[in-house]
Design a protein around this ligand. Sequence first.
Ligand code: NAI
Length: 722
Amino acid sequence: MTATAVRPAFTTLRLDIDGDVAIVTIDDPNAPVNTLNRAVIEDFTRVFELLEGETAVRAAVLISGKPDIFIAGADIEQFLELKDAKDAEALSRHGQELVGRLETLRVPVVAAINGACLGGGLESALACAYRIAADSPKTVLGLPEVQLGLIPGAGGTQRLPRTVGLTAALDMILTGKNVRAKKALQIGLVDEMVHPAILRDVAVKRAREIADGTRARSEGHKGGAIGARALEGTPPGRAIVFHQARQRTKEKTNGQYPAPLAAIDAIETGYHKGMEAGLAEEARLFGELSQTEVSRQLIFLFFATTGLKKDTGVSDPAVKALPVRKIAVLGAGFMGAGITTVAVQAGTVVRLKDADTTRVANGLRAVREVLKESLTKRRTTRQQFDDQLVLVSGTTDYSGFRDADLVIEAVFEDITVKHQVIRETEKVMGENAIFASNTSTIPIARLAQASARPDRLIGMHFFSPVHKMPLLEVIVHEGTAPEVIATVVAYGKKLGKTVIVVNDGPGFFANRILTPYINEAGKLLDEGAKIEQIDRALVEFGFPVGPITLVDEVGIDVAGKAGNIIADAFGERMRPSVSLAHVLSSGRFGRKNRKGFYKYDENGKKQGVDASVYELIPGAVARRDYTADEIRERTVMAMLNEAARALEDGIIRSPRDGDIGAVFGIGFPPFRGGPFRYMDTLGIGEVVRRLEALNARFPGRYEPAPILTRMAAAGERFHPAD
Ligand code: NAI
């Protein structure tokens, strides 16, 4: 193909003319990904003007010069500069106009989509005459705005339903989830799927065909289930769909996230009053949502996570991570199998060791099951599944350990056992290899006592289930070498985890702040509160499950053991409840033996509260009602206070890390931004006042962390104001 480059004056894109087809290649040289930032928008505007005037050009192709990104969406930095709702509404209007011009351009535009096509990127593609997706796992399309507490603001709420139908559009917009190329083709979001190698050529060809009139513009909405199409095809049917969507959204969000409901309103307006009215409503709601606390907190989390991605874990930029090509995992139990799974998914060779062949086989089976699930859900191809499986091998001895770059132990939570495996492994490990422990409670410095080279020893605390939970706490003890920290942080990111580096101490960060919260829930039970009331109050606060359900999930035995270790270290304010100990000694372990605070059916599915638990609680206190406020005040304030103490003790490096650790590790409500952001919202003075009031009622449990008292007196906050 011959193409001549013309007008090199653009900064973020290239314009090539191939005969009568203009090829617009977006490739922002100043950013690793293409976003719709100011410079890109300016270039787009100029290119549109140019194409209007260039009569020799009869069609255009929009394509990206980045290998994995078409357009990743709006430039979120820009959102921070918005002063008020009007300002945000104007930004949305501007985006709508730009996208609208793409739709009404004199020449048909074909979007050639390779890589992430998200938010404003997809909204632009939706305004094109035809869409082609490259058949690659990197190609994902979606409108993730609700994940930032917003709605699509450049016409997405109007064009997506018109393209894929109401049901499929609601599914994408209300969850913010992506679809892959194949699914996009099925639902009519793209018109064609081709091999990445021919994407550009096919796009040029289609552009020309559309200009010639030998191919129609995209009609969209060819796919979707017939039932859904029939239902949404009539006004009464659509009324049902909207009603159901609102109901489901309210149930799912507990009324805490306004964006999905606003998106439904904007979509419905478009159906009732037409595109213009729909766009106006979309922009108005975008403006309104941009000013909500929820959106501000979700955007903070977005930037905090992005910041962590760039964080090497060490302050010295000269320290480089070592390559990790092969790892060995000790213990093929629940966690060992989980760690192995994510490692092979990241392409690492894994040697998995346990005490006997049956356990190794069970571990390998567990790995296979999760990989299989990915295959069934089409997140991976058969080829990838096969490739991943051959990366793992099992053993009952230390063969195959010598060339491992990293050994991760996940044996029993018992210091004697852990000391023994450290001694044994160090004898067979390579000289530079790193030993990481997945202990959930034992200080790394204590493990290091058994090590002949403590500088190569570190903690990697994964959360269960490993393949689903996004957080990894990397725990550094005094002697850990910076190179070891950098290596483990880089490897954690390769596993897809959000990594925070924490200092050594009982419970590290996440479990430390979880403990007083769980204890307090238990103490409410000791006093006569009802299990379901406690759980409901905290789910309403925004936790994914309540504390009693969480204990059942984690295992009452595991929670009990961890609670005791942390209580031994910190004393009175961490003293466990008596309820938990008594329920545990009755042989209830929670969901795993289908006997806990709740009842479980034979498949382990949670049923109602098991009222017989109340009889196990000493004193057989009569159950009485507690207000949700009282439950929340006691449990949440205990967690906030402990988070402040952990910061003061230097366990976490910054409030940002603490917020990320709490949100991604233990499900602190994301829309509150994390414990430190939440304390800022309440005001530190208010936090201290409330802690003091609680401490007067429960002496010794709520003494405000000294850092809080100091900050309150100085009028300080943890994060700068937005
Ligand atoms: P598990 O009991 O499921 O697995 C432990 C495995 O280690 C067993 O298969 C056992 O046979 C094996 N093992 C024991 N001694 C061994 C040795 N010398 N060599 C090789 N294998 C040996 O326990 P789980 O839940 O997987 O926990 C493992 C570690 O992960 C513990 O330190 C635990 O505290 C930690 N952890 C657990 C979490 C959880 O939610 N279960 C969360 C985070 C950390």
